[in-house]
Design a protein around this ligand. Structure first.
Ligand SMILES: [Zn+2]
Ligand SMILES: [Zn+2]
Ligand SMILES: [Zn+2]
Length: 399
């Protein structure tokens, strides 16, 4: 006689999002008035904005410190956790200057479409259909029809250039547009110090593949993480187009400025940053001079110690890599510091690949945020019990 509703996938999903958001609201005493159908997602976006600005905190124990917590920070990109984004281009300009950061529109495309809601309607207003085949025909460029049907196919260079042309013709430059830099939480830093990336040239001389690909369906390129030696996740940021040195640099500067506030200046040299693309990052012009930040933060980048983990260093062919970024300089002082914190965390993180690749941006960021908090809590719990956190085996050959 009782009506028992069937627990369909959709119901379970909704219950999951509602409960996770509820916990977040309770934990942080968030004030948010829910009055419209999309309020849940908007609340998630608000949380994400805050999340992008502040490093995660954790309960620290002696075992955590023994592995390098507070002194060693490892950063790396995980590429497989991307999500579809709008195909439109939004140049990032600050005070009339174009900043060398990915110019893709960071919003999710509408279901089955290539552009976000806003851009789809703007294109429509301009008389351009939002299926690109019609789009390309209109300007009589030869973009092969099959590419149009399959969103995940690679573009040839010619096709890519044809598309670039279309965007140039549209000549869209709206100053108030929300851009990748907003998703990464670095708008404030870039606007305050526009000189940070001005004459920045990215010269990639060494091994590192930063994962650029040209597909019709635009995807975000995954996430950059900063993880402390103890394995706690400090911060993460979405990557666009590729794991480019300028994005990673901005992310690190943003993070360090917050983290080093609590570290005496004379101890900055004891802070180690490990990154497998450190050589190319450190080759950027922006790193060769004082940062345009107030002292002592102008010397921040040159003060901290920079290394490449020994596993990755093997692949570096650059002459100076082994000299400048040798992990031995860390190992001689702190033998037990864990420079593989990223690989280890990513082997856990990549288990969420299937979930993350099937949810759009807002849920993607929010899910990751919730999992990171759970992971950090678990880590602290293990250390409080005198144990090392358990991790799946590291597979060095997956990225
Ligand atoms: Zn710790
Ligand atoms: Zn868009
Ligand atoms: Zn190198």
């Amino acid at each position: 006689n009782h009506f028992v509703p069937e627990l369909k996938r959709k119901i379970i999903q909704e219950a999951f999002w509602n409960d996770e958001l509820h916990q977040e609201i309770v934990d942080h005493q968030i004030d948010f008035i829910f009055h419209k159908p999309d309020c849940r997602e908007r609340c998630m976006m608000d949380i994400d904005k805050q999340r992008a600005l502040v490093p995660y905190e954790h309960e620290c124990h002696s075992l955590c410190k023994e592995r390098g917590c507070g002194e060693l920070f490892v950063t790396d990109g995980i590429w497989k956790l991307g999500y579809p984004i709008c195909l439109f281009k939004v140049p990032i300009t600050v005070e009339g200057m174009t900043i060398n950061l990915p110019d893709c529109c960071p919003f999710e495309p509408e279901h089955g479409k290539l552009f976000c809601k806003k851009h789809a309607s703007e294109l429509k207003d301009a008389g351009i259909p939002d299926n690109l085949l019609g789009y390309a025909r209109q300007i009589q460029k030869e973009v092969v029809a099959t590419t149009m049907d399959c969103c995940n196919e690679d573009l040839t260079d010619e096709q890519h250039m044809a598309l670039e042309d279309i965007f140039k013709r549209l000549n869209y430059q709206k100053k108030d547009s929300i851009a990748t830099v907003d998703m990464q939480g670095s708008r404030e830093l870039v606007s305050k110090y526009p000189g940070l990336l001005d004459e920045n040239q990215e010269i990639t001389l060494c091994r590192k593949d930063t994962g650029t690909s040209k597909r019709l369906r635009q995807w975000s390129r995954g996430y950059q993480f900063i993880i402390s030696g103890g394995g706690h996740i400090e911060m993460f940021s979405p990557l666009y187009t590729s794991e480019s040195p300028s994005q990673v640099f901005l992310f690190l500067v943003n993070y360090l400025a917050k983290k080093l506030e609590h570290v005496p200046v004379e101890k900055w040299k004891d802070v180690f940053i490990a990154y497998d693309n450190m050589c190319n990052l450190d080759r950027m012009k922006a790193t060769k001079k004082d940062l345009p930040l107030p002292p002592p933060f102008n010397k921040m980048w040159s003060s901290v110690s920079k290394i490449i983990d020994s596993f990755h260093l093997r692949n570096h062919k650059g002459e100076n890599c082994k000299l400048l970024y040798n992990p031995e300089k860390l190992k001689v002082v702190h033998e037990n510091y864990n420079t593989q914190a990223c690989e280890q965390t990513f082997s856990w993180l990549s288990r969420f690949h299937r979930i993350l690749s099937s949810v759009p941006r807002v849920h993607n960021h929010f899910f990751l945020h919730r999992m990171v908090k759970k992971r950090n809590k678990y880590n602290s719990y293990c250390y409080s019990q005198g144990k090392k956190p358990v991790l799946p085996n590291v597979n060095h050959f997956s990225n």
